[in-house]
Design a protein around this ligand. Structure first.
Ligand SMILES: *Cc1c(COP(=O)(O)O)cnc(C)c1O
Length: 485
């Protein structure tokens, strides 16, 4: 220590000035980018080779100034930045970033807190505590529900299903955390035929196998059939551990499983666990007029959702909720490591609730989003996106040969372009229209396969999307189909 020469005060002051200049310049670059979103082409403009060429090259031998690095990064990455933060991105289910959430995310990086333990990040711990309670209230989940802020819904599934695995095996006299799965009683897992890939991925990571699940047949909207669930549950041997995964908001159609009826069927088996994938659909709980879609959801055992989709906070932000905190902590708590200054649980140590140890303080952006929106703002955000989805569906449906494939109950629209020559010709037409819309670049959306046929899918999940953007989407789609036909 003694041999290190202290920097002169002048150098330290200069460094602070440089940092300030750098951050202000970065804010300017970010604001310029955000300002361009409403008008710039939505897809990136550069090919992968061009991006590699502009960003790549050998590892530099010596460094460059921070300001130079950031200016160049912004310029070189520009052609590979998709306008998914903007109002005309209708692909997947993405959501942008509310300004306050983005700003809080910047502070999160500046603060660089390790939000695994209270002692390392007290404000982060308390903020997580607060947003967890707020969300439990917003979603109408049982008061005792525990929660963890994860990187996304996939890891929220992982967290919830780890709690499920732990609880159903404990019920069968087996300690999964200590003993693993070798020799454990078999767990019967039932999932919708429309289950999101990430729910299956979570089962894959948890040693429950993504292919050994029993798949539940669905109706034309992608909702499980109660008779199929009943048959599936009867095939589970009496007393055997069982987990059922339901969907609240199908990624294509936005449809909801008949949750109350499904949970009633599962509850005939004491100890069976119900998990709900509500990645974006759970947010419909903020809207009284959509209440019927989620009736009974509070009776499940665990719920996974995202904040980086419909709440419009920056990546990465998912949330796992578990009805009984003990099941949750049993599955997630790391084995005791003596160097950790664990607090005696009067404070929240986040490591007990997530499959992470050192971690980002991702509660701050959620906190900022919820404080700027309030309950009414969340409701309006969800309502507005749903209304815009209906508006696009109605506009496109006026074109002859367009078939809307789903009941537009939420923010998702599925449609298809039909032509003479049968299903294959209509598949080809639909795919060509999707490519044409993507190439035109005014909006962006993607395709899918629905009930065996090609479909265009539209998701409205950005806070900044207006009626004008929705009408631009309708126009872009109709313009493309008229040129492709
Ligand atoms: C997006 C999505 C997921 C996965 O969420 P990530 O945050 O991307 O991990 C799971 N289920 C549904 C229904 C989704 O839409």
């Amino acid at each position: 220590m003694q041999t290190v020469t202290a920097e002169s005060p002048t150098t330290a002051a200069t460094a602070a000035d440089d940092t300030r200049e750098l951050l202000l310049r970065t804010a300017e670059l970010a604001a310029d980018f955000l300002g361009s979103l409403a008008t710039r082409p939505v897809p990136g403009s550069l090919t992968v080779d061009a991006l590699r060429a502009s960003l790549g090259g050998p590892l530099p031998e010596s460094g460059a100034s921070s300001l130079e690095v950031i200016n160049r990064l912004a310029a070189d990455a520009e052609g590979g930045i998709v306008g998914s933060a903007g109002p005309r991105f209708f692909g997947f289910v993405i959501g942008g970033s509310l300004p306050a959430a983005l700003a809080a995310d910047w502070l999160t990086s500046a603060w660089d807190q390790n939000a695994g333990l209270y002692v390392a990040a007290p404000a982060a711990s308390v903020v997580e505590e607060i947003v967890g309670r707020w969300l439990i209230e917003l979603f109408g989940l049982p008061e005792a529900t525990s929660f963890g802020l994860t990187t996304g819904c996939q890891m929220a599934h992982f967290t919830c299903l780890a709690a499920a695995r732990s609880a159903v095996l404990r019920g069968a006299g087996w300690d999964a955390e200590a003993q693993g799965l070798f020799g454990a009683p078999e767990i019967h897992v039932l999932v919708s035929a429309h289950a999101h890939a990430t729910a299956l991925a979570a089962l894959q990571y948890l040693g429950l196998g993504r292919d050994r699940v029993r798949t539940l047949e669905t109706d034309d909207q992608g909702r499980i059939r109660i008779e199929t669930l009943r048959a599936g549950m009867s095939a589970v041997p009496p007393g055997a551990p069982a987990i059922v995964c339901l969907q609240a908001g199908d990624v294509n159609s936005g449809a909801f499983d008949p949750i109350a009826d499904a949970i009633a069927v599962v509850r005939e088996r004491p100890g069976a666990w119900v998990h709900v994938d509500g990645a974006f659909g759970l947010w419909a709980r903020a809207v009284p007029s959509l209440g019927h879609l989620l009736e009974g959801v509070e009776l499940a055992d665990s719920w996974a959702t995202d904040a980086h989709k419909w709440l419009n906070v920056p990546y990465d932000s998912g949330i796992a909720f578990v009805a009984r905190a003990e099941d949750h902590a049993n599955a997630m708590s790391p084995p005791h490591a003596p160097y950790l200054e664990y607090t005696a649980r009067q404070q929240r140590d986040e490591v007990h609730w997530v499959p992470e140890f050192s971690r980002r303080a991702r509660g701050f952006p959620i906190y900022a989003a919820l404080r700027t929106l309030g309950r009414a703002g969340v409701q309006q955000l969800v309502e507005r996106c749903c209304a815009l989805a209906r508006r696009i569906a109605a506009g496109v449906a006026e074109e002859p040969g367009v078939r809307i494939l789903n009941d537009v109950v939420l923010n998702q629209v599925l449609l298809r372009f039909e032509t003479e020559g049968g299903a294959a010709a209509s598949d080809a037409l639909t795919r060509s229209v999707i490519s044409r819309v993507q190439d035109d670049g005014v909006i962006w959306l993607s395709g899918t396969t629905w009930e065996g046929v090609a479909a265009m899918r539209i998701s409205v999940s950005n806070w900044s999307t207006t009626e004008r953007d929705a009408d631009a989407a309708t126009a872009a789609i109709l313009d493309a189909v008229r040129r492709v036909r």
